[in-house]
Design a protein around this ligand. Structure first.
Ligand code: SF4
Ligand code: SF4
Length: 476
């Protein structure tokens, strides 16, 4: 060590108790368990900010062998946690000059047979007044996906609405057409949809089983919980119908187990209780929670106290997940799955999600939007399925997105968050690139909890993550 070295706090986050300390290397989302020497060296660095050899010697001589301290320092230098001069953000924004599309959302209709009180869609219609996607438009969209995904072996088509099952005949025809096109292109195509499940019948279930659909059902808990918001256009609860249909769906033995998607709004019940109802009484094996954080001023958005309550509930459920993982058992809390997968595969985001990169959504008129939430909104489109992607416009948006939130550069959650959902920002302020820092405390606390669990699981059951996520890593 010839000169002074300076600690680079923006490149790591350490958490955990003194003798079970985990270090997150922020630029690569790599997780390390710190041994005793490394942990003590890190404490010393944090006290000192910058170090020279004499100071290191006088602190550690007699405590550890010099070689051990040198190794720890070398590791920190290699990770960019120690450097000759302070450097800023380590992941350079990258210009996006092409769209390697692998997922296309088809908005089959703007119509929905329900009138859920929290629905975000600006263009939602009653089924009779719905605008629908013509088959010819949908086929152009599928062709666009095959062209844009020329170098990918797998592509995904998501049928969306409104309620997509109001257009089941289209789903059937388009699935078969997409399979034929994929086979010709030498690709595999996966299908999925999100549904309110009120129209689900046995013929649909058999079709979804035969074509390996991934199905997410919007369901918010038990009857009282679900019927608070998920109601018919006439205002009646839908729980009984949905629960009966879902039980038949779950009994059909789909290759990809259907999941429940729970929307948490102001006044929602406790996360663990909702999970147990959907898992034990309905039979879902995967359940994910989406807190509505977009507009805390609205009657639906969760305020700070409710977000804390949601976080506490998620942490309690996450603990059950970790305990099950340590025993080698499966747990269906999918928010934990996503966080563990991010940590295991070393997610390095410079953009908050795949919208506009791997994923685009086609509206009923064929215009291309960032994702399913932006079709039919005031945010302009990025081309259309007939004429292709507006690559310049999209590239410009994504360039601006990467530079939109300088405050994120110093955040240790940046590689898995990268600024948060564009649609949340849009709902909050009308601008998809506006800052929505209201959720940061939640994101960082959830990551902190996840890091501790990740370390515990990796030590107690080292093969867990590879066994669970191998296929998903390949696909990502
Ligand atoms: S939005 Fe907040 S939590 Fe996310 S990276 Fe930026 S500062 Fe961190
Ligand atoms: S913008 Fe938001 S809603 Fe759309 S894909 Fe990204 S995270 Fe999801």
């Amino acid at each position: 060590m010839s000169g002074a070295l300076h600690i680079q706090r923006q490149n790591y986050h350490a958490t955990g108790a003194a003798r079970r300390r985990v270090l997150l290397h922020v630029p690569t989302t790599s997780v390390f368990e710190l041994d005793r020497v490394s942990s003590d060296v890190l404490d010393f660095l944090e006290e000192s900010e910058s170090i020279v050899s004499d100071a290191v010697r006088s602190r550690f001589d007699g405590l550890y062998a010099p070689g051990e301290v040198c190794d720890a320092l070398s590791d920190f230098v290699a990770l960019g946690i120690l450097a000759p001069a302070r450097k800023e953000y380590s992941i350079a924004p990258r210009p996006v000059t092409r769209t390697p599309l692998n997922t296309l959302v088809l908005t089959l209709t703007t119509g929905c047979n329900l009138g859920c009180s929290y629905c975000y869609r600006e263009d939602l219609d009653a089924p009779k007044a719905a605008r629908v996607m013509e088959r010819a438009t949908a086929l152009q969209a599928i062709d666009l996906l095959m062209r844009q995904a020329a170098d990918q072996e797998r592509v995904a088509i998501v049928f969306f609405g409104g309620e997509p099952l109001t257009r089941f005949a289209d789903i059937r025809a388009l699935t078969e057409a997409a399979e034929a096109r994929a086979m010709k292109a030498g690709k595999r195509v996966d299908f999925s949809l999100t549904t309110n499940a009120t129209l689900l019948d046995d013929a649909m279930i058999e079709f979804f089983r035969a074509h390996r659909f991934g199905i997410a059902v919007s369901m918010d808990g038990d009857e009282v919980e679900h019927d608070r918001r998920r109601i018919t256009l006439g205002g009646k609860g839908t729980y009984k119908l949905v629960a009966a249909n879902v039980r038949r769906l779950l009994q059909a033995g789909l290759e990809r187990p259907p999941g429940a998607r729970v929307t948490l709004t102001r006044g929602s019940g406790e996360v663990g209780r909702i999970y147990r109802h959907l898992h034990e009484e309905i039979g879902f094996s995967e359940i994910g929670f989406a807190p509505v954080t977009a507009d805390p001023g609205s009657p639906l958005g969760l305020g700070a106290a409710e977000m804390r309550r949601v976080l506490d509930g998620m942490i309690a459920l996450g603990r059950d997940y970790a305990d099950a993982a340590k025993r080698g058992e499966r747990h269906g809390f999918s928010n934990m799955d996503h966080l563990m997968l991010d940590l295991w595969r070393g997610t390095r985001k410079t953009l908050p999600c795949g919208a506009g990169v791997g994923l685009l959504a086609a509206g009923t008129d064929g215009s291309l939007s960032l994702c399913h939430r932006f079709t039919g909104t005031g945010v302009g489109s990025f081309g259309d399925v007939a004429n292709g992607i507006d690559q310049n416009g999209l590239g410009h948006f994504l360039d601006r997105a990467q530079a939109a939130h300088p405050a994120c550069d110093a955040c240790h959650a940046r590689s898995i968050c990268a600024g948060g959902c564009y649609h949340e920002a849009y709902v909050h302020s009308g601008d998809p690139l506006a800052a929505t820092f209201g959720h940061c405390e939640f994101v960082r606390a959830w990551l902190e909890f996840g890091l501790a669990c990740y370390g515990e699981i990796a030590i107690a059951n080292p093969g867990f993550f590879a066994a669970k996520f191998a296929e998903r890593k390949e696909r990502s």
